[in-house]
Design a binder for this molecule. Structure first.
Ligand code: SAM
Length: 281
């Protein structure tokens, strides 16, 4: 059996062609073949660095059919370099499928790190970096978009999304509606000539983007919950606490008073919650 080859996952620039490591350039030069999401984009990089390795397409449309064939070629000794159209392959692109298939077949996978739109946008935003959540692309339908945002309202982290320039303004309007008290940022064309980073409250950004027709590539970022946001009350926990105190012999009035003090929830809210039927009932 021939020596197994390897999959080389190569990070490429997100705009500025200078943002590529010498290790990635060596890997691209020495690979048996380069598989690329967008061969036109990758050709520009290869021309800039005088690399003449054969180039093949591996994108969303071809990934299902091509993955087993590429795995077989690696098993037969090929060194296949995988690149996406920008940044680190495997994030919101078909690269993750090839990585998984190689690992499942017991083949070696080397990740050669480099540019990533997520990390570049996060640091440029000035928003807290201690914890962040990357959500890929947001749903396009208005209702689903709002539901997705609301489902993350208690997460104490900066939220990061890829967005298309055409939908940025509508998405920012929804973000301002769901999170009116948060800071946000819109990072566009990072590392490129027309790089732009807008920073401000979600409401400010929504009005700044309202009449603009954006071009290029966009990342949207939403800051963590601000201290001014009302804490989310776990209604089931409130109901349960009141019920337990009543079983223990307290009057409803005293139980409500005690739970309000212990959980820091206004007394009227505890009354309302305690009188409402449970979610499960
Ligand atoms: N794998 C890449 C990475 O490392 O982040 C990203 C690929 S993802 C399918 C493409 C999305 O990344 C674009 O829709 C855009 O949201 C974002 N993106 C890529 N390049 C960018 C840039 N120069 N400025 C802002 N966003 C960029």
């Amino acid at each position: 059996m021939p020596d197994a080859g390897r999959l080389l996952v190569c990070a490429t620039p997100i705009g500025n062609l200078g943002d590529v490591t010498s290790r990635v350039l060596d890997a691209l030069r020495e690979a048996t073949v380069i598989v690329a999401e967008d061969t036109r984009v990758t050709r520009k990089l290869l021309a800039r660095y005088d690399i003449h390795t054969p180039l093949e397409r591996y994108d969303e449309a071809t990934a299902a059919a091509r993955t087993p064939e590429l795995v077989d070629r690696i098993a037969s000794g090929a060194r296949i370099a995988l690149v996406s159209d920008a940044g680190t392959p495997g994030i919101s692109d078909p690269g993750e499928r090839l990585v998984d298939a190689c690992l499942s077949a017991g083949l070696p996978v080397d990740v050669l790190p480099g540019a990533s739109a997520i990390v570049t946008a996060l640091v440029a935003s000035g928003l807290p970096t201690r914890a962040f959540y990357f959500g890929g692309f947001l749903p396009r339908k208005a209702g689903e978009l709002r539901r997705t945002l609301r489902s993350l309202s208690a997460l104490d982290a900066t939220l990061i999304y890829y967005e298309s320039p055409r939908r940025t303004s509508a998405t920012m309007a929804a973000v301002a509606e769901v999170f009116p008290l948060r800071r946000a940022a819109m990072a566009r064309e990072l590392t490129k000539l027309h790089e732009e980073v807008l920073r401000g409250s979600t409401v400010e950004l929504s009005s700044a983007l309202e009449d603009r027709e954006l071009k290029g590539e966009v990342v949207l970022l939403i800051g963590p919950p601000s201290p001014a946001e009302a804490p989310v009350t776990d209604e089931n926990a409130v109901r349960e606490a009141v019920a337990q105190l009543i079983v223990a012999g307290l009057t409803r009035k005293d139980a409500v008073k005690r739970v309000a003090a212990e959980l820091g929830v206004p007394r009227n809210d505890v009354y309302r919650i305690a009188l409402e039927p449970n979610d499960a009932s």
